[in-house]
Design a protein around this ligand. Structure first.
Ligand SMILES: NC(=O)c1ccc[n+]([C@@H]2O[C@H](COP(=O)([O-])OP(=O)(O)OC[C@H]3O[C@@H](n4cnc5c(N)ncnc54)[C@H](O)[C@@H]3O)[C@@H](O)[C@H]2O)c1
Ligand SMILES: O=C(O)[C@H](O)CO
Length: 324
């Protein structure tokens, strides 16, 4: 008998074909108030789960007595209660590396947009405000040859460093849990303490996972340490930043601007103070959102799922306990 699998995110047909070869599939393009009750009923029989964003915690797992593999279609896995999954003998997997280049492209785009005020000035043109030659009021600041500080020099951080160093001639500083000699060599990246990075960088880019240690990693104190001309970029998770402190820093010109892909609450509420600030570039969590990369992530997630359901160790297994 084929294992029963629930996919709860829209994925390409080729991914569904692959899954159907190996599993009995229930497919939801998305979970919402309407589909959730049926999803929970099916959870009682499921051996595998694949999707993204769903909080997989004790309460959910109580309703999934046969579950063997949870396959996240994302590299971040802060939605998973990993200790609880491990205690129940359930494998968890994610999708690292396939998205590095795409997310790094997004981050460079946000950096350029914030520094050169691209989104703000796009609105200026469309609102009919371009009446004469632009002047200093519309000037931005350079990106090239500035100092970029990367907090969280993992797969994505390194791809950002590569673009910034080779493409923009930037000077790279980084802070990470451990030193990365490979990137020091390739991108002349210099390891430093977080405080030094915050004080020296023209652009501060946050790329750590969301963990208990990184909740509100950047707050009032950190914004005060940054240069008044600094541009802050968050591509990690919203909860790694104290959003009230960020709004305060932007309003009071403690920093020049911010570029944000992630928020504490997503979708970000319409009346969020960040959305009324001209010096905040706000995009809707689009880091990995290209056809090619989302397809690659879903395919990798399907491979992880199938491998785990076969009783193998999936390529991107997260629980350390299973590898022992
Ligand atoms: N905006 C998006 O669409 C998007 C896309 C992909 C990933 N992400 C986020 O980016 C995160 C990083 O992704 P990745 O693929 O580069 O992961 P990764 O595991 O390769 O890299 C994360 C790096 O952060 C470092 N780190 C962890 N805790 C730290 C701390 N307290 N201080 C300093 N460094 C710390 C790790 O040592 C590691 O080098 C993901 O966990 C996810 O939350 C967002
Ligand atoms: O963690 C990830 O992979 C991104 O946030 C996309 O969901």
């Amino acid at each position: 008998m084929k294992p029963k699998v629930i996919v709860y995110k829209k994925v390409d047909l080729s991914v569904l074909h692959l899954l159907r070869e190996h599993c009995e599939l229930t497919y939801y393009e998305k979970l919402d108030a309407e589909t959730y009750p049926t999803f929970v009923k099916q959870l009682h029989h499921a051996h595998g789960l694949m999707g993204s964003g769903l909080k997989v915690d004790k309460a959910l797992l109580e309703q999934a007595p046969h579950l063997k593999v949870v396959s996240n279609i994302s590299v971040g896995y802060d939605n998973l209660d990993l200790p609880e999954l491990s205690a129940r003998g359930i494998m968890a997997t994610n999708t690292p590396n396939v998205l590095n280049d795409t997310v790094a492209d997004t981050i460079m785009g946000i950096m350029l947009a914030a520094a050169r005020r691209i989104t703000e000035l796009d609105r200026y043109v469309k609102d009919g405000k371009w009446k004469s030659q632009i002047g200093e009021k519309e000037f931005g600041v350079d990106v090239h040859h500035k100092t970029l500080g990367i907090i969280g020099m993992g797969g994505i951080g390194a791809s950002i460093a590569q673009r910034a160093y080779f493409g923009f001639g930037m000077n790279i500083l980084y802070h990470n849990r451990s030193r990365k000699p490979e990137y020091e060599q390739k991108y002349s990246a210099r390891y430093c303490s977080m405080d030094e990075l915050l004080q020296q960088s023209d652009f501060v880019c946050l790329m750590t996972p969301l963990t208990p240690e990184t909740v509100k990693l950047i707050g009032e104190r950190e914004f005060k340490l940054m240069k008044k001309s600094a541009i802050f970029i968050n591509g990690s998770r919203g909860a790694t930043v104290d959003e009230d402190a960020l709004v305060h820093a932007l309003k009071n010109k403690e920093i020049l601007a911010a570029g944000l892909d992630v928020y504490l609450q997503e979708p970000v509420p319409e009346d969020h103070p960040l959305l009324s600030l001209e010096n905040a570039v706000t995009v809707p969590h689009i880091g990995s959102a290209t056809y090619e990369t989302r397809m690659g992530m879903a395919m990798l997630a399907a491979e992880n799922l199938i491998s785990g359901l076969r009783g193998e160790l999936p390529p991107n297994l997260l629980n350390k306990e299973f590898s022992k």
